[in-house]
Ligand binder design. Structure first.
Ligand SMILES: [Zn+2]
Ligand SMILES: [Zn+2]
Length: 394
């Protein structure tokens, strides 16, 4: 399979989703409700009490907004559940798992309250049950214990209904009568076009275990932002460890919460980062090809490497240079020595006889890896480098 075929195959990967979680802002309720907390002792299962209409997913969100309004009318800070699961198998954020809940007196501060969006004699859909199971793994990774109880274990109530309560007691969420078996419609993902790529808006969230076009688009956006990300698998449409690391790199660089989940906040930051790099003047004048490594050439190389163009060649610049020139593993050490120089010389097209690992334009490299340039000297390596940068081939 050649590269083009591979590309076509990847872009038609269907959306196969593990767990879909929507943020409070997509649901349409406040992102901060009640006091901050850390319920981690387990989950308490609820249902709605009265049966709910199972319609479009927009209807699910509207129902959560109504619950929020109803709980507020009862004098609470807002919707009391931490999370809700609709019949489409989408997890909708209520208070979220960093707040104290208002779902079962005695368990509000310690347990995550999860509402199955059904009531009366309605039975959970297969997608709803699958989401409950997938949610357990996601919560476990955030320190929530495996314990599952029903609301009626805490208070005098019929909640979560006999059907769900049987499952609470048996621990069987996967087999047997799964109620409604209709296949829920795949959730819709929307995108922004920025800097020539289509970036997912972060709602629903993209997280580990997902596969498909939205993941592929995210990976393309991340690579556009920093080409050195996703070094092993590239944009392959599968959200694994490497993609999680890349999302965390974005979160770290932009100073937001680092959790490896691509949500609305991460999406806004990726969009901002891409649009600011796209709005920079597209092409400074071509470099004068004079073989001298002065400030203009140093900065142009940094722009070509997509690192900060401050003219200071430190370990970040050199590492990007090493990756660009094909070095891998331990050779990517941020130090501009003979091995890196040889790689640069090969990259800019010097004949094999001229590849000698010596670059007279480099005066010294400090212990911290800061390169002092010797701008007075003329070298063939620098001359070819200037030509390569001008041709946008470096
Ligand atoms: Zn309940
Ligand atoms: Zn839904």
């Amino acid at each position: 399979m050649d590269v083009m075929q591979l590309l076509v195959a990847l872009t038609t990967v269907p959306v196969m989703l593990g767990l879909v979680i929507e943020s409070a802002s997509t649901v349409g309720i406040p992102t901060v409700i009640g006091s901050s907390g850390r319920p981690r002792s387990g989950r308490v299962v609820h249902y709605n009490g009265g049966p709910l209409t199972w319609g479009s997913h927009a209807n699910c969100r509207a129902q959560v907004r109504q619950m929020h309004a109803y709980h507020r009318a009862r004098g609470w800070a807002g919707i009391g559940y931490h999370l809700l699961i609709c019949w489409h198998g989408v997890v909708l954020t209520g208070r979220g798992i960093y707040r104290v809940g208002a779902h079962a007196p005695g368990a509000n501060a310690s347990h995550v309250g999860v509402q199955f969006m059904l009531g009366g004699s309605q039975r959970p859909s297969a997608a709803q049950l699958a989401a409950f199971v997938a949610l357990a793994a996601w919560l476990a990774a955030r320190g929530v214990k495996a314990s599952v109880t029903g609301h009626r274990d805490w208070n005098s109530t019929s909640c979560p209904g006999d059907h769900l309560y049987r499952r609470v007691r048996s621990g069987d969420w996967g087999s047997g009568d799964s109620g409604d078996r209709s296949v829920p419609p795949a959730p819709t993902f929307s995108y922004w076009t920025v800097a020539g790529v289509r970036v997912p808006t972060g709602d629903p969230w993209l997280l580990r275990g997902m596969r498909g076009t939205p993941v592929l688009r995210l990976q393309e956006g991340l690579k556009k932002w920093r080409p050195s990300l996703l070094p092993q698998y590239g944009a392959d449409g599968s959200f694994g460890q490497e993609t999680e690391d890349a999302v965390e790199a974005l979160q770290r660089a932009r100073g937001i919460r680092i959790d490896g989940v691509y949500g609305t906040e991460s999406a806004a930051e990726l969009r901002r980062a891409l649009s600011s790099s796209a709005s920079k003047p597209s092409g400074p004048d071509p470099l004068v090809v004079d073989g001298r490594l002065g400030e203009l050439t140093a900065k142009a190389v940094q722009r070509a490497l997509q690192v900060e163009d401050d003219g200071v060649w430190g370990p970040v610049t050199v590492r990007a240079m090493q990756l660009r020139c094909g070095l891998r593993g331990r050779a990517v050490d941020g130090i501009l020595g003979p091995q890196t120089t040889r790689a640069v010389q090969r990259r800019v097209g010097l004949t094999s006889r001229a590849v000698d690992g010596i670059w007279p334009s480099v005066r010294a490299v400090s212990k911290a890896g800061i390169v002092t340039l010797n701008s007075g000297v003329v070298s063939q390596t620098t001359r070819e480098l200037q030509k390569t940068v001008n041709a946008r081939r470096f």
